[in-house]
Design a protein around this ligand. Sequence first.
Ligand SMILES: Nc1nc2c(ncn2[C@@H]2O[C@H](COP(=O)(O)OP(=O)(O)OP(=O)(O)O)[C@@H](O)[C@H]2O)c(=O)[nH]1
Ligand SMILES: [Mg+2]
Ligand SMILES: [Zn+2]
Length: 318
Amino acid sequence: MPTGLVMRSTGSRYLVRSDDGSMHECVARGNLRIKGWKSTNPVAVGDRVDHLPQLSDEEVGSIIELHDRTNYLVRRSVNLSHHKHVIAANLDQALLLVTVARPRTSYGFIDRILVTAETYQVPVVVVVNKVDDLDEEEQEDLIELVDTYQEAGYKVLMTAALQGRGVAEVKKLIAGKVTLVVGHSGVGKSTLINAIDPELDLHTLEISEASGKGQHTTTNAEMYEVAAITGDRPTFIIDTPGIKGFGLVDLEASHIGDQFPEMFRLKGDCRFNDCLHKDEPGCAVRKAVEEGAVAESRYRSYIDMLNGVEEDSPYRLD
Ligand SMILES: Nc1nc2c(ncn2[C@@H]2O[C@H](COP(=O)(O)OP(=O)(O)OP(=O)(O)O)[C@@H](O)[C@H]2O)c(=O)[nH]1
Ligand SMILES: [Mg+2]
Ligand SMILES: [Zn+2]
């Protein structure tokens, strides 16, 4: 049975690149469900699969078996709130593309993705795009954003994908790896990928149509081999549709704090070893927040997650 790599997922159809290089439109075999796993999509981009070939244009192939995943990124799906949606599997890293303005990415959204990625062992680099187009106040916001995530322990890059600025550094970062690109609609994910490899010529929002709000120009997750980067190992990049809200899955209260690297480092200094950093006496994390060593926005995100506050809840203060 041929094995292959899932390059595109459109809900019910998958594009599989067989290991001999041939491409196959496939459906997933009906009983291909992982036990105890309520997922809207049994197969995700980046999955390795056994598949039956597509023998003609009139027929489709089928995915018979899913190989074990090294890791994956998952969120709660918007409509079926108990179902998980696997964004992609078998990743070396994710680029979390954010923007200070047009559109603005909230700290809460960033933190929910970072916490999920920590939980599922996907390393994340934060990329702040559209840094060419900021007024003075937005420049201040940019500095605060970059500081917040560098201090939390993340690598942060700044790009202006449309102008090609910062793209060389991104290319260095992704060479020979499988990289997922995620973020809100309209932050410039497809534009960045085009800047990395213009041959890919992905569909992006026409400037004349750009109103600041995301318009969901990209509609399916798709993996591309980046021919513009050569090396010992091939380079793959995964473009995804913009995410509006990122629902957390499977997080136990006692584990949430461990997914904030800067809080996890301080945990040993808390008086109680099961400290939730809420109102326990002798809490090193709260002390660090008061002293400005841990960002207040990060702590607030943590408390929101602990309390199960939804990102778009009307009760949020910001
Ligand atoms: N000023 C400026 N505009 C940019 C930059 N990068 C992208 N854009 C513009 O932002 C708009 C949205 O870019 P896309 O690449 O389509 O955004 P996307 O993240 O792929 O959006 P979805 O596919 O909807 O998720 C387009 O009009 C781009 O030209 C940038 O660095 N600076
Ligand atoms: Mg896009
Ligand atoms: Zn504590």
